[in-house]
Design a protein around this ligand. Structure first.
Ligand code: IPM
Ligand code: MG
Length: 351
């Protein structure tokens, strides 16, 4: 019996999570496992009402679950910062979800904006470090609002943090057994301290424990270029938090957009959290027009990580069949030719 915490969050989060849960239920019935969900109302509305983001008690409670399933965080009436930092980053850091795993996989029949590239060219995984770097929250502001204002935001890198992400990525590369190739994406020519730590960890860990894995390196700007020009060059990528944030939005676009891109915030020793990587899409809220495929893909990753691999496999095949059915016209919000719930029904019926 799995215990799953559900945080629908803001905007269209609830609409897509509902469809993901529908598919989860179909998978449970097909594969014969059981689970129990507990829903939490953390998000912009609760924050506006009570000033609360993710209270200490909730963080402690979340540790008791097998997985967390999250919709989206971000509210039009809340300025940037408090919700993202107070809920999303707090969960990631507080639960030590040190890997943000983001597959970039183009499924058949999904529109790709790249000319002459198809599913055989776009199938890689980004391993984004998820607890350090520019996201650490270190730094501050002095003399705010005066001409002398000074602010810093520190790129906090630890050898420990870089190395555990790198080790995870090497293991994943081995497990995928595809090109047996791991890219480090960084900016060693400019970030000569922090990315030198990454570079040495990458080489030392690779030499010592993963001699069969080919190591490649790309500067982050060049990586953006290759994503568009030669995405087939990538197998697994390991990258720091900030650059990982940026390149995975680009990755999402080449796999068909935010309608299909999912991610897992992974603590291999603890509780992990799965989410569609797009935002809360306030302008589509309540219209039942947003694509739930990313949330379904997040549920699929969740199944895989909790150990229900067969169920995960069925869900992925169901997504592929649904996309191949020709019934879904586009993955863009409002242009699917179907409603959010109809897409969920379709995938669930194919599991
Ligand atoms: C993501 C998002 C978050 C991030 C935001 C909402 C804080 O962009 O999950 O990629 O920067 O990590
Ligand atoms: Mg992002």
């Amino acid at each position: 019996m799995y215990k799953i915490a559900v945080i629908p969050g803001d905007g269209t989060g609830g609409e897509v999570v509902r469809e993901g849960l529908k598919v989860l239920e179909a998978a449970a019935q097909a594969c014969g496992f059981r689970y129990d969900t507990t829903t939490y109302d953390f998000g912009g509305d609760r924050y506006l009402r009570t000033g609360e983001t993710l209270p200490d008690s909730a963080l402690e409670e979340l540790r008791g679950f097998d997985a967390i399933y999250l919709g989206a965080i971000g509210h039009p009436d809340v300025p940037p910062g408090p919700l993202e930092v107070g809920i999303l980053l707090r969960a990631r850091f507080g639960l030590d979800q040190y890997i943000n795993l983001r597959p970039v996989k183009l499924y058949p029949n999904v529109d790709c904006p790249l000319k002459d590239k198809g599913p055989e060219d776009i199938d890689f995984v980004v391993v984004r470090e998820n607890t350090e770097g520019l996201y650490s929250g270190m730094g501050g502001v002095q003399y705010k609002g005066t001409p002398q204002e000074v602010s810093t935001q520190i790129h906090c890198t630890t050898r420990f943090g870089a190395e555990r992400a790198i080790r995870y990525a090497f293991e994943l590369t081995r497990k995928r057994n595809k090109m047996k190739q791991l890219h480090l994406v960084a900016k060693t020519n400019v970030l000569t301290y922090v990315h030198d730590t990454w570079w040495r960890a990458f080489c030392e860990v690779g030499d010592a424990d993963y001699p069969e894995i080919r190591r490649e390196y790309a500067h982050v700007d060049a990586c953006c270029m290759w994503f568009v020009k030669n995405p087939e060059w990538f197998d697994v990528i390991v990258v720091d938090n900030m650059f990982g944030d940026i390149i995975t939005d680009l990755g999402a676009m080449i796999q068909g957009g935010m309608g299909v891109a999912a991610g897992g915030n992974i603590n291999p020793q603890g509780v992990s959290m799965f989410e569609p990587i797009g935002g809360s899409a306030p302008k589509y809220t309540g219209q039942n027009v947003i694509c739930p495929m990313a949330a379904i893909a997040a549920a699929q990753m969740m199944l895989d990580v909790i150990g229900e691999e067969e169920a995960a496999d069925r869900v992925e095949k169901a997504m592929i069949k649904a996309l191949g059915s020709g019934k879904i016209k586009s993955l863009a919000a409002g242009r699917m030719g179907m409603s959010t719930s109809e897409v969920g029904d379709l995938v669930a019926s194919l599991v």
